[in-house]
Design a protein around this ligand. Structure first.
Ligand code: NAD
Ligand code: WQD
Length: 337
């Protein structure tokens, strides 16, 4: 049996990083987790340990800090890096663009430099369906043109992809998989880890669960007059555990991929409307939800869902978990925190 790869995860105390850490550790990968807790706290790390029933190898520090990265890279000869660390709020990025450009761009460039210094040649990058903006047609495949970013956050994801593209050209040994996530939702079924918004959530599902839990008076549906079957926006909601498992496949397959940089959508391939999701939540949990229709949210994409065939072809990955499971898991997690 070949030895399992050694993996560095940045932003590992966050929502998707923590779920990916669990999947990698359960599959026997040696992992080192780093985070600066700028948008998380230590509790998810304890949650990871409860699930995997072992101590994790965690180092606190900032991805932009070259000395910190050198100390981490000198201790372990990594095979691959999975780079989650970034700020992710569209709304905040409009108010504080420099905070987003500084963190999201500099954390990637500092990491690439450290990888180069320490001869680590594989990176999996957390990109987003936001790079497609308002798509011309759905489902969206990876060849769809990237539209002008709707927010500084979206611009950072496009710029990071460009940085990776240019760096691959300049460094023939570098291999990159840029995973374009659609809408991750849900939590680990154990309810030991899940999404932990530090502020009022921007995203739909945490808002739904917080409203159902009585933490917010009501949910506002941002528009029901769009050209969609029920008038509300259409999205591709993917269970975070499915998403995490795609990272394991990416780490396993990165050396077999046709190109040294691959862009791969991660989604279910199905569009679900905001109103359908709300009704499904009420149905599967049996919990009433106070919601009303409000005005459209500026900048919202009307309808998008993934063409997920490339992930199946290249990573042998597709989603396994249903929307019902994702909403039940999100609710179980909400009741715990
Ligand atoms: P998150 O905020 O829960 O996790 C990100 C983690 O990175 C946090 O723990 C934060 O403390 C850490 N971090 C941020 N800057 C850092 C730095 N400079 N050094 C060290 N740690 C740092 O976010 P998430 O939902 O887990 O998202 C992970 C990645 O996936 C992000 O790059 C995000 O842009 C991307 N993404 C998320 C979504 C989504 O809807 N959640 C969708 C598409 C893409
Ligand atoms: C989903 C739908 C809202 C809250 C964002 C980022 C994107 C990516 C995924 C990171 C929309 C509606 C929401 C509410 C509502 N993240 N909604 N009431 O907009 O698809 O994408 O997360 O890369 O970059 O922009 O996700 O969860 O904010 O919204 O009606 O209180 O729910 O209008 O149609 P979105 P979301």
């Amino acid at each position: 049996m070949t030895a399992k790869k050694k993996i560095l995860l940045t932003g590992a105390a966050g929502y998707i990083g923590a779920h990916t850490a669990v999947e990698l550790i359960e599959q026997g990968f040696e992992t080192v987790l780093i985070d600066n807790f700028s948008n998380s706290d230590r509790s998810l790390l304890q949650g990871i340990e409860q699930i995997v029933k072992q101590k994790i190898n965690f180092r606190e520090g900032d991805c932009r800090d070259a000395a910190f990265l050198d100390s981490v890279f000198s201790k372990t000869k990594f095979d691959s890096v999975i780079h989650f660390a970034a700020f992710k709020s569209v709304k905040e990025s409009v108010l504080h663009p420099l905070k987003y450009y500084e963190n999201n761009i500099e954390s990637l460039t500092a990491l690439l430099r450290a990888m180069h210094r320490h001869q680590v040649n594989e990176i999996i990058f957390s990109s987003s369906c936001t790079v497609y903006g308002q798509p011309d047609s759905i489902p969206v495949d990876e060849k769809a043109p990237l539209k002008k970013a709707e927010s500084p956050y979206g611009a950072t994801k496009q710029m990071c992809e460009q940085i990776l593209e240019d760096t691959v050209k300049a460094h023939p040994s570098l291999k990159v998989v840029s995973l374009r996530y659609f809408n991750p939702i849900g939590a680990h079924p154990s309810a030991h880890i899940g999404e932990m918004p530090t502020d009022v959530p921007d995203n739909l599902v945490p808002y739904v669960t917080q409203t159902a839990a009585g933490l917010r008076p009501k949910l506002v549906v941002f528009g029901d007059d769009y050209p969609t079957p029920d008038g509300s926006c259409l999205r591709d909601f993917i269970h975070v555990v499915d998403l995490a498992q795609a990272h394991v496949r990416a780490v396993e397959k990165i050396n077999d991929l046709p190109h040294r940089i691959e862009y791969i959508n991660l989604g279910t391939g199905e569009g679900v409307s905001v109103l359908q999701l709300i009704k499904k939540f009420i149905d599967v949990t049996g919990v009433p939800l106070n919601y009303e229709i409000g005005p459209r949210r500026p900048g919202d994409v009307v309808k998008t869902y993934a063409d997920a065939h490339k992930a199946l072809a290249l990573l042998n990955w597709k989603t396994k978990r249903s929307l019902d499971e994702a909403l039940q898991d999100a609710w179980r997690w909400q009741q715990k925190i």
